[in-house]
Design a protein around this ligand. Structure first.
Ligand SMILES: Nc1ncnc2c1ncn2[C@@H]1O[C@H](COP(=O)(O)OP(=O)(O)OP(=O)(O)O)[C@@H](O)[C@H]1O
Length: 262
């Protein structure tokens, strides 16, 4: 399909330091329309930092970021109307009702409030939240809050979606629905940047997997391509091999023996 060739995101030698500490050490990446990128790596690898730079939430970087063909400049907000984001840690306005919150975020993305409310209700209904339109978010379970976050990221029909550990708290049925939503969105030409530690889900949904380690890309390809390059079978095993991690039993044993000390 033609739309697969359209470049949505391009990073050129992206570097970011926090103080003296290099966190991103030269990321080169071109993402085309309709791809689901599984962006994975150990804790502290730089995944959230990358996403924050792309969203303009962090500045002072070296290199170049292009989104929708435009080089990102500070103070540039227009491109954000075409972006949806589910952050790793949800900071919802707990005192608002779900509908108040969703209408408010819809308005921030430039939607008419009435249209935002009607659409939010439809999406809540479709996600099993029909009875809590007017309940305060503070009364919601973790999974219900996560569903509200997912709806708020999609309400304005974004072209590019950033998901940072989006499944947290979702039950097994909701995970199945959400995985299907992602593949249908990608099939309709949306681009998805998916960061998670749940390897079996990443393995199944991603059209391309990018493994970051110590601020550098150490693997880039479809799951089948990564499997060909590796002696290992599952993405979890490939991850452990490429990040040089083979001592989980020893570490667990040490941990348990310390726990059992009196
Ligand atoms: N605001 C900050 N100030 C200083 N250091 C930071 C800041 N944000 C992130 N870091 C450091 O940058 C490194 C990368 O962090 P980042 O959150 O991008 O990792 P991650 O790959 O998303 O990890 P995780 O899987 O744990 O979410 C870490 O060493 C972290 O301590």
């Amino acid at each position: 399909m033609l739309h697969n060739e359209e470049v949505v995101l391009a990073l050129r030698d992206l570097r970011k330091n926090y103080g003296a500490k290099p966190v991103l050490q030269g990321i080169d990446l071109t993402v085309t329309r309709g791809q689901i990128i599984g962006y994975i790596g150990p804790n502290g690898a730089g995944k959230s930092t990358t996403i924050k730079l792309l969203l303009g939430l962090e500045e002072n970087y070296q290199g170049e970021i292009q989104i929708f063909g435009q080089t990102l400049k500070s103070g540039d907000y227009e491109y954000k109307r075409k972006i949806g984001y589910v952050p790793e840690i949800a900071e919802l306005y707990d005192n608002l009702t779900a509908i108040e919150y969703l209408t408010f975020t819809g308005e921030l993305y430039g939607m008419d409030p009435e249209k935002a409310e009607i659409k939010a209700k439809k999406l809540m209904r479709a996600f099993g939240l029909d009875n809590v339109f007017y309940s305060r978010i503070s009364s919601f379970s973790k999974g219900m809050k996560q569903k509200v976050m997912i709806i708020s990221s999609l309400l304005h029909d974004p072209e590019l979606l950033f998901l940072d550990e989006p499944l947290s708290g979702l039950d097994a049925n909701s995970v199945m629905i959400f995985k299907e939503i992602l593949s249908q969105l990608a099939a309709s030409g949306k681009t998805i940047f998916y960061s998670s530690h749940i390897m079996d889900v990443v393995e199944k949904i991603s059209s391309r997997i990018i493994l970051l380690n110590g601020g550098k890309i150490v693997a880039d390809g479809s799951f089948e391509q990564l499997k060909e390059q590796s002696a290992e079978g599952s993405l979890e095993q490939i991850f452990n091999q490429l990040t040089g991690f083979d001592e989980f039993r020893d570490l667990a044993g040490e941990f348990v023996s310390i726990v059992r000390e009196v």
